[in-house]
Design a protein. Structure first.
Length: 141
């Protein structure tokens, strides 16, 4: 396979992301643990997943709109950007604008969309520094 998700060993029993309808663009990601999101504080929500895909693609992570509208939750970084060379655990930085909120294990919290991207003329995908870190590691070469 060239594109997909893998469950990390310590998170047995969680589900692989899936599209819920015939025309869904996003793969629903679930919380791998219970997490209390505190108002105006950033809580890290583990998904128990890592992703793999071709080097000319990116995995974009968006919080489910129902969580934003009904409960005031947002991703602290707006949109999660998972690069093809990131092999670590996908962890979501979530905050609340409307009071504390309990995320339960198995709750669908985000959508992941695989997308091709373009580079400027003269730039070559795959040329450059090698990622050595994990979550939040860009710039730590």
């Amino acid at each position: 396979m060239i594109r997909g998700f893998e469950i990390l060993g310590e998170y047995d029993g969680i589900k692989l992301p899936a599209r819920k309808t015939a025309f869904s663009a996003g793969y629903d990601l679930e919380a791998a643990e219970d997490v209390r999101v505190t108002e105006r504080q950033i809580s890290l929500v583990p998904t128990g997943l890592k992703a793999f895909f071709p080097p000319d693609e990116v995995l974009l992570i968006y919080l489910r709109s129902s969580l934003a509208v009904k409960h005031g939750l947002i991703l602290a970084n707006g949109v999660g950007v998972i690069d093809a060379d990131y092999r670590g655990h996908i962890i979501l930085p979530v905050t609340s604008l409307n009071g504390d909120f309990e995320i339960k294990r198995g709750m669908r919290i985000a959508q992941g969309i695989f997308q091709k991207y373009l580079t400027v003329d003269g730039d070559t995908i795959g040329v450059g520094a090698v990622r050595r870190g994990r979550f939040g590691s860009t710039g730590e070469f």
